[in-house]
Design a protein around this ligand. Structure first.
Ligand code: 13P
Length: 249
């Protein structure tokens, strides 16, 4: 499975939202190829959303998993639990988790391990802050996020990395697509040279992606797809982004 377009619904949604979203999405998606699309609703709606979309081939995943498999971790959800719900992937280390829940690269590494042990595809999220970007520290920040997250996982069957500059998330600002392409190439080079036994499937871009800027991003060599927040909450808009991706691949 190689996901190219993932919706991160964050702390949004309801049963009614799921129904309306699916109606809008299916009305506007112009292909029958759903295989590279993933949706990460709030965990509590996973089963409901699966019933709403049926067996169309869209993968459902989680926005987060616990770094432990079971035990005294009130409120947490493990990789084995989401696997039990037939989830194929989980976001790991999203910047909102790093900022609001103080997740360290060490914790993120443990979460990657949990995902790997349960055959859940990890989507490792990395990205620099505005300050780091302005100081030209982007490469160093990304390199250390990658190295620290992967250092205890010499082997990992499959991994997707999402490059999400923190300053581009929910702001309407996006880096120049050529810059994103160069950063993605660097991410691929770092993983391939330092972690040759890790199967990096794709590098997605996230941060203010919408149907207007999608084709300028997707047309570049190293931008394999996108992780979409705000624009993914609208079924029609997300279908339009998916249509653009389908036309290019
Ligand atoms: P936006 O698309 O709303 O900028 O969010 C991106 C994101 O955080 C996806 O994980």
């Amino acid at each position: 499975m190689s996901l190219r377009l993932i919706a991160n619904w964050k702390l949004n949604g309801s049963k009614e939202f799921n129904d309306q979203w699916a109606q809008e999405f299916f009305k506007n998606f112009s292909s029958s190829n759903f295989k590279s699309i993933g949706i990460a609703p709030a965990c509590i709606y996973i089963d409901h959303f699966r019933k709403v979309i049926g067996e169309c081939g869209i993968e459902i995943g989680a926005q987060n998993i616990c770094d432990e498999d079971s035990g005294a971790r009130t409120g947490e959800i493990s990789a084995s639990m989401i696997k039990d719900l037939d989830c194929k992937f989980s976001l790991i280390g999203h910047s909102e988790r790093r900022i609001f829940f103080h997740e360290s690269n060490k914790t993120i590494s443990k979460k990657l391990n949990q995902a790997n042990n349960n055959s859940v595809m990890p989507i490792l999220c990395i990205g620099e802050t505005a300050d780091e970007n302005q100081k030209n520290n982007t490469y160093d920040v990304l390199e250390s996020q990658i190295s620290e997250a992967l250092q205890d996982l010499i082997e990992l069957n499959s991994l997707i990395i999402a490059y999400e500059p923190v300053w581009a998330i929910g702001t309407g600002k996006t880096p120049n697509p050529e810059e994103v392409n160069t950063v993605h190439k660097m991410i691929k080079d770092v993983v391939q040279s330092r972690f040759p036994k890790i199967g990096l499937k794709s590098v997605l871009y996230g941060g203010s992606v919408n149907s207007k800027n999608a084709s300028s991003l997707f047309s570049l060599e190293h931008i394999d797809g996108a992780l979409v927040g705000g624009a993914s909450l609208n079924g029609k808009e997300f279908a339009q982004i998916a249509n653009i991706l389908n036309e290019l691949y």
